[in-house]
Design a protein. Structure first.
Length: 271
DNA sequence: CCGGACGCCTGTCGGC
DNA sequence: TGCCGACAGGCGTCCG
């Protein structure tokens, strides 16, 4: 589910309710997420004040004085701020009960998400250490992408979805970015001109920025921290639109599998 | 090093 | 109506 725009939407939604609050209690209903929730998360957070809500790639970072909680939403996760007494649903695995009477509730039907505790420099955590640059920062530019792409035969779609190259671009926004850039998703990344790489960088930034502005993409169940869906789905140009006319030329949108993931593109506009 | 495949889970949807 | 396979927004790990 959540790619960078959805995680960022969640961060913005929960921050006003979470930042500066103290965690009264940590309720774990299901420890078995991608990695088990451990006792050190519970002891570390209980009584701690959440100083900041940050994001690195698709991880949300709840910073306290003595450690950081890393939260990942996996494919189907969402985080919401609710009155603490709200009865939990079947997939509500974790509550951080706050001193405001609200709780931050992690829901994740498929349990591909994670909730981990990290002391020390969180940026050096094994899951964050080797990540590529943020897509909306200045570090993502054509020089960098060209250098990383040089000589490689990987399809460009898999390349931009590789978190060691650039973070935050998931399956939806990879198809959307490549459509905007006019690049065929299976083109070998080492055979993309510098000029077209510049275009691709711009398109990635534009798609992600526009989606954040719309509150992210809700396909079935994504909700932001306030429980509201995102509205970018209606702005998707190719993702999920196999057989529909290309918004630019009218050619039917094609669906293929690349890197074990569904990929959508216009065979006329993308070369 | 690189590229591709797999598996972790549950829910939903389409076809028969 | 029910069953069954395919597929779904991520990503660490393993294999050749």
């Amino acid at each position: 589910m959540p790619e960078l725009p959805e995680v960022e939407t969640t961060r913005r939604g929960i921050t006003p309710h979470v930042q500066g609050r103290r965690v009264r209690e940590v309720i774990v209903r299901e420890r078995r997420l991608r990695w088990p929730i451990t006792d050190d998360l519970i002891t570390g957070l209980t009584g701690a004040r959440i100083e900041a809500v940050a994001r690195r790639a698709k991880y949300l970072l709840l910073r306290t004085a003595h450690g950081t909680a890393l939260l990942h939403l996996g494919m189907s996760g969402s985080l919401r701020v609710l009155p603490a007494a709200t009865p939990p649903g079947k997939h509500d695995h974790l509550d951080l009960v706050l001193d405001s009477g609200h709780c931050l509730r992690l829901s994740d039907p498929r349990r591909f998400g994670a909730a981990l505790w990290c002391t020390g420099d969180v940026q050096q955590h094994a899951l964050l250490r080797d990540l590529g640059p943020e897509p909306l920062g200045a570090d993502l530019d054509a020089d960098y992408l060209c250098a990383r792409a040089h000589g490689r035969k990987l399809p460009v779609k898999a390349f931009i979805m590789d978190a060691s190259v650039v973070v935050g671009v998931g399956n939806i926004y990879a198809s959307e970015s490549l459509f905007l850039a006019g690049i065929h998703p299976q083109r070998a990344v080492g055979r993309i001109s510098r000029k077209r790489m510049e275009t691709l960088v711009c398109c990635i930034k534009q798609v992600l920025t526009d989606s954040i502005a719309a509150g992210g993409t809700t396909l079935r169940d994504f909700v932001g921290g306030d429980g509201r869906p995102g509205y970018f789905a209606q702005e998707l140009r190719v993702y999920g639109r196999a057989g529909e006319p290309c918004p630019s030329c009218g050619t039917p949108i094609r669906q293929i599998i690349t890197g074990q993931r569904s990929t959508y593109y216009c065979p006329h506009c993308q070369r």
